[in-house]
Ligand binder design. Structure first.
Ligand SMILES: Nc1ncnc2c1ncn2[C@@H]1O[C@H](COP(=O)(O)OP(=O)(O)OP(=O)(O)O)[C@@H](O)[C@H]1O
Ligand SMILES: [Mg+2]
Length: 646
């Protein structure tokens, strides 16, 4: 038999399943996390873009509102001049001074129809010509005009705005081409309207303007309305008004846009939205740059709004952290519960493995726990059943082995005794010990014959047993009178009984008690029963043999008042080679085959055999056989028997 070596356990089933679970949970989790992170990123990006565009719209609206306000102020001034009939009077100067101070105007002037300046705030300079000024010309043609204008340094000087307008340029490594170090031009929100005298004649132009350079009110308003975003107004590529502060707390004027932005917005006239380094501190912001056009539609500068990435980054980090927390705790929970579940599922299998291992090492009493109501439970129950069977078969094998050893001892003793007799008598006869003593010689020869018969009956029993085991024992049945058979047997044993001091009683009816039987085998059955009664009785005991018909059967009863059989031995007396303690100690002869063979033979005749015994009181064996059908009709069992042959 090939013994398969037990594999060394590298990884337990539990560990493997746990690993598989972790893999099953981890892989989708990681994929899920990646997908979610990408989605979060995209969502945040989208939010930032949305916010920046909204902010830009707001900033533009505020800029436009400024222009509208200026237009309203201009209309009011004109109305005052016209209705109050101020044309040509010095009162205009006072009016301009007063109203410009109240309305925050940086320029307020009146020209005649030739464009020559008649009145002007902030300066005593008069008489210069604004005939070439676009706004003045447009107003002169009869319609008011409002919009943005880029004023040259010279013009700013005349208006007394030179110093306020000048902004020192701060170049950055990637900044757009700049050809000077100071921006001296100015961006103006400007409006002009024709003015008429009482007679309704157009007499000149009223023009007002606000300088955007260094004007914080506009950008601060955007900041307050956008709740803290950066806003700048750029003249060309240079910041001239901003709410972005330097580390020293000053407004970060003069910074120039990057070349990328400059090209796209200033040269291309397009909107630029994206991340950009902004300000002196160069923070990353999500930024929008939109071209600002002057009244003629030419690109004059840039309107910038930016919102720092920081809050979005914080939002991103928080969302990711929250998501990671949820993912990790889900993973941990899955692993904890999964592990417990796997442990529960695997434990019976581990138990089973260790029990199987113990069994492999010879401990057949090991059993696994049952109680689970699933396939594993069925496996455990079946394993235990198998182990029960194996254990009982191993015990049976052990018992058989013991029996075999006993049998060899008993059989050799049983065979040696008659052989010793035969050999010693034959030797004596050969040596002529009984020469001239015919009586003694005959007696010795009879003894030899008896012992030979004993040997042959022993061998017959063994032969029959082996045939029985191979299911080859068949019987040759014919009409048999049990009355005759028993009477013959009793006469055979009567001498032996007498010599042992036993009384032998027989009750037999006249009835032949016919059965369908194999005489030779039936004889063996009753020889054994009588032999047992003789063997296990002592002087003074009684043996009673009764034959009768009962319930349509022939019943033969062999009773004795001999040693009897202990209650615990009684169930085994029909097993082959079984002998009680007393018999094993060889106080009696025999192989322990008689009753076993008797039962088999009787059962082959469709009969039954029962034993009843009490230790110390005696034994009764009852054999019941079907009655022979005298009418010629054969019983079912009879058919088979007739067909059977040895
Ligand atoms: N009449 C009896 N009184 C007491 N014990 C009996 C009696 N008949 C049988 N036994 C017990 O049952 C055992 C089995 O009987 P069985 O006839 O099968 O074997 P055996 O008589 O010992 O040997 P064998 O019949 O092979 O010569 C006996 O050894 C004996 O212990
Ligand atoms: Mg016997």
């Amino acid at each position: 038999m090939a013994i398969v070596r037990r594999p060394r356990l590298r990884l337990s089933l539990h560990t493997r399943l746990l690993g598989a679970l972790a893999l099953l949970v981890l892989v989708p989790s990681i994929v899920g996390v990646l997908i979610t992170l990408t989605a979060i990123d995209a969502r945040i990006e989208e939010q930032a873009q949305y916010k920046i565009r909204t902010d830009l719209n707001l900033a533009r609206a505020i800029l436009e509102r400024r222009q509208a306000d200026l237009k309203d102020l201009l209309a009011e001034l004109r109305r005052r001049i016209e209705t109050e009939g101020l044309w040509g009077k010095p009162a205009i100067d006072a009016l301009l001074e007063r109203e410009s101070a109240a309305g925050g105007l940086d320029v307020a002037l009146v020209t005649d129809r030739g464009g020559r300046v008649l009145h002007r705030i902030n300066s005593n300079l008069k008489g210069d010509s604004l005939a070439g000024d676009y706004f003045v010309r447009r107003a002169m043609s009869g319609r008011p005009v409002c919009g943005l204008d880029v004023a040259s340094p010279g013009r700013l000087s005349i208006e007394g705005l030179r110093d306020r307008a000048a902004v020192g340029i701060i170049e950055t490594p990637h900044s757009y081409l700049i050809d000077s170090r100071i921006e001296r031009r100015g961006m103006l929100i400007k409006a002009a309207t024709p003015v008429h005298d009482e007679s309704g004649r157009m007499r000149g132009v009223l023009a007002v303007a606000v300088l955007v350079n260094r004007d914080s009110s506009l950008v601060d308003q955007v900041r307050s309305e956008t709740r803290g975003d950066n806003t700048s107004i750029l003249l060309g590529p240079v910041t001239i008004a901003t709410n972005i502060l330097t580390p020293e707390g000053k407004r970060a004027l003069g910074t120039a846009v990057s070349e990328v932005v400059g090209r796209k917005v200033l040269d291309g006239g397009e909107l630029y939205v994206g991340e950009a380094l902004v300000g002196v501190r160069e923070q990353y912001s999500i930024s929008a740059y939109e071209p600002i056009r002057d009244v003629k539609g030419e690109i004059a500068g840039i309107l910038y709004v930016g919102t720092p990435m920081e809050p979005f980054d914080v939002l991103r980090r928080r969302t990711i952290a929250g998501f990671a927390l949820i993912a990790l705790s889900t993973l941990a929970l899955t692993l904890v519960f999964g592990s417990a579940w796997i442990l529960r599922a695997v434990r019976p299998i581990e138990d089973l493995a260790s029990v199987a291992q113990r069994m492999g090492q010879g401990d057949f009493s090991a059993r696994t726990e049952t109680g689970r109501r699933d396939e594993v439970g069925v496996l455990c129950v079946e394993f235990n059943n198998m182990a029960d069977k194996l254990q009982s078969q191993i015990e049976e094998l052990g018992r058989l082995n013991e029996l075999k050893s006993e049998f060899i001892a008993v059989a050799s003793h049983e065979l040696r005794t008659p052989l010793t007799f035969i050999r010693s008598y034959v030797e004596l006869i050969n040596k002529g010990a009984y020469d001239g003593q015919p009586e003694q010689l005959r007696e010795r020869l009879e003894k030899i014959e008896r012992n030979t018969m004993r040997l042959s009956s022993l061998l017959d029993d063994l032969l029959d047993l082996s045939k029985l085991e191979r299911h080859e024992l068949t019987i040759h049945a014919e009409r048999l009178s049990m009355r005759r058979l028993i009477a013959e047997l009793l006469s055979d044993v009567s001498a032996a009984a007498r010599s042992k001091g036993l009384t032998l009683h027989t009750t037999l009816p006249d009835d032949p008690l016919p059965v369908k039987g194999d005489e030779e085998r039936m004889r063996r059955v009753f020889v054994n029963l009588l032999d047992n009664s003789l063997k296990f009785s002592k002087a003074g005991d009684r043996i009673v043999v009764t034959g009768r018909r009962a319930d349509g059967k022939v019943e033969v009863r062999v009773e004795d008042t001999g040693a009897g059989i202990a209650e615990e031995d009684l169930p085994f007396v029909f097993s082959p080679f079984f002998q009680t303690e007393a018999s094993i100690r060889r106080t009696h002869s025999g192989l322990g085959l008689g009753l076993s063979l008797s039962r088999n033979i009787i059962e082959l005749h469709d009969g039954s055999i029962e034993i009843d015994s009490e230790l110390g009181s005696g034994t009764a064996v009852v054999v019941r056989l079907p009655l022979f059908d005298e009418g010629g009709a054969v019983t079912e069992g009879g058919d088979k028997e007739e067909e059977a042959s040895e």
